[in-house]
Design a binder for this molecule. Structure first.
Ligand code: AMP
Length: 286
């Protein structure tokens, strides 16, 4: 996936880019970050950019285009990238088109984060506060004065890109005033609908996930069946109990009759014995 995030300073490009990186495993290419690193390292580009950046101006097109041209050649950019803060001018956009054309690469989409300008100052102040709280150095250009200048630059030099990409049917606009989570969801929804999220992103993991789910389901079913069998044991016993009780009751009911019959039989035998004795005596007398 190759994507451009477009929006004024403080619109959330960096935040959203990081979230996309996290989810889709592609790199974030932020020209602002690269330039800040160059300034910190004191490279020739850094020395050239330092003053311009501190004043809220734009670094010359050929400098940033050169940085991007080198960066997209690196192996980690092969799978795709999110451009954050580049292009910022029409000549930069044209140079990017040319770079991609030469490499036979396609730009999937340009996502514009649309925000109310009135919210930007508060956002940038918040970013500065959070940076300070983390004990990190606050950006020199995150001040109300420089922000005003950066916004003016955005309006005059970067905003024409909305028309540029809209004409090329690449532009998608997202309401950047929603929560961070909502904006991410909306971007993902758009990218999925576009088919920009390569099938790999979803399907590569699908068989693995399906197998895992099937394994878990099977395991759970086995466990459940075992537990059900165990639970059914006393129930089966209980189920047998009434029939046993019935049999006992029946037997108990029959018992007196049986006993009476036995007593009768015993009585009869006694009587018969007595009668036999009497008969023997009588015979003997005779
Ligand atoms: P950013 O971090 O994107 O807000 O960029 C910080 C500063 O770096 C900008 O105000 C510019 O001075 C410079 N910069 C970053 N990207 C570009 C670009 N594509 N073209 C010109 N200047 C840039």
């Amino acid at each position: 996936m190759r994507l451009i995030l477009l929006g004024p300073p403080g619109s959330g490009k960096g935040t959203q880019a990081q979230r996309l990186v996290h989810r889709h495993g592609i790199v974030q290419l932020s020209t602002g970050e690269m330039l800040r690193a160059a300034v910190a390292a004191g490279t020739p580009v850094g020395l050239q950019a330092k003053e311009i950046m501190a004043n809220g101006g734009l670094v010359p097109d050929e400098v940033v285009v050169g940085i991007i041209a080198d960066r997209i050649e690196e192996p980690d950019a092969k799978k795709g990238f999110i451009l954050d803060g580049f292009p910022r001018t029409v000549p930069q956009a044209e140079a990017l088109d040319e770079l991609l054309r030469k490499k036979h690469l396609k730009l999937d989409a340009v996502v514009e984060l649309r925000v109310n300008e009135s919210a930007l100052l508060a956002r940038v102040e918040k970013r500065a506060e959070e940076t300070r709280a983390r004990g990190e150095e606050v950006r020199l250009d995150d001040t109300p004065e420089v922000l005003t200048k950066r916004l003016a630059q955005y309006r005059s030099l970067t905003e024409p890109l909305i028309h540029y990409y809209s004409e090329r049917r690449k532009l998608l606009t997202v309401d950047g005033m929603m929560t961070i989570e909502h904006v991410t969801r909306e971007i993902n929804r758009i990218l999925t609908a576009l088919g920009a999220l390569e099938p790999k992103d979803h399907e590569d993991h699908a068989p693995k996930v399906a197998k895992k789910v099937a394994r878990t389901v099977k395991k759970t079913a086995k466990k459940t069946a075992k537990a059900a069998k165990k639970a059914a044991k006393p129930a089966r016993k209980a189920a047998k109990a009434p029939s046993r009780a019935k049999a006992a009751k029946k037997a108990a009911k029959k018992a007196p009759k049986k006993a009476a019959r036995a007593a009768n039989a015993r009585k009869g035998a006694k009587t018969a014995k007595k009668a036999a004795k009497k008969l023997t005596k009588k015979r003997a007398k005779r």
